[in-house]
Design a protein around this ligand. Sequence first.
Ligand code: FES
Length: 102
Amino acid sequence: MPRGQRVITVNAEDHIWDTAQRAGITLPAICHQGRCLTCAGKLRVSGEFDPSDAVGYFPQDCEAGFILLCTARPRSNLRIRTHMQAAMRAHRLRCGLPAPYT
Ligand code: FES
């Protein structure tokens, strides 16, 4: 996070963003549907997560290590850099994929 590292425990059935909010961590978000990219993060090391609740998440996003925290459910320990919306939008534009709010 911009102001240092935080550690939370997220149940496998919960979205990462929701658990962070309950832990007092306010992360950016607009749609909460996996569409707008505002909540984007990026994996710092490889890890597993379920992105299937996102309205718009592409294999190229996963290959590049991006994660939409509002709709992702963890499937392993994850180390995530938050506040990556601009980087993910730039990635989407490079790939010719939808990049809302750019
Ligand atoms: S808040 Fe819109 S994609 Fe997560």
